[in-house]
Ligand binder design. Sequence first.
Ligand code: IPD
Ligand code: CA
Length: 262
Amino acid sequence: MQGSANLNLMIKAARKAGRSLVKDFREVENLQVSSKGPGDFVTRADREAERIIKQELMTGRPTYGWLGEETGETKGADPTRRWIVDPLDGTTNFLHGLPHWAVSIGLEHKGEIVSGVIFDAAKDEIYWAEKGTGAWLNESRLRVSGRRVMSDAVFATGIPFAGRGALPATLQDLARLMPACAGLRRWGAAALDLAYVAAGRFDGYWERGIQPWDMAAGIILVREAGGFVSGIREGDDPVQHGSIIAGNSALFEDFRKVIRGE
Ligand code: IPD
Ligand code: CA
């Protein structure tokens, strides 16, 4: 694996946290049958994963800023660089014993995501990308899919639960998109939805009302695999505005028009 020192540090941190989560995941599967369920245990597993990642990254790069799902934002002495980290994306899957969750680590430089690592530890798949050097899954180079026709395409999304604000708009998106494509998937881990677009497994992905740590690493993966990423509203930056649309190069414009209702 040929990567920069930063990328190697990210991979090391992701693998270390992934190992800890895999151990906890086995326990979660056992806890499904208990009356209390695995809720508190998963909260601890999630926090422990963030602690591991933070320790690795902040020891290696003490001047960088930090934005993590569990511990929030810390400004760094170097204001141009920050880690953006989701220690456990797909928490609901993890909690239910569903093996579809990942560690996600992005590096932002001057407002742009320049490196990303997503580790699907349950499947031992590590996705990584750096600006200008392509996107990779383990040792294999990734390319977005080559599908050119909307009616052949499979798209992924996240559907907001428990009455979150973006639900009505998402239901409208679904009503427009479903008659136009071959299928939709809601698999519950935004980082992996983006990694799957980079890997050509999904032809596109969109979601409203998500957080920087859900998407930071995935953005660079899709771009380096030859795909496109933007905000849903014209001119919006996904990380700043919390909505994202990503797709292969051939379908991106058609897909975006449907989601924008144009
Ligand atoms: C969630 C997942 C889900 C997406 C939600 C995210 P979490 O992250 O990525 O797929 O639909 O918007 O909040 O809570 O599992 O880390
Ligand atoms: Ca997440």
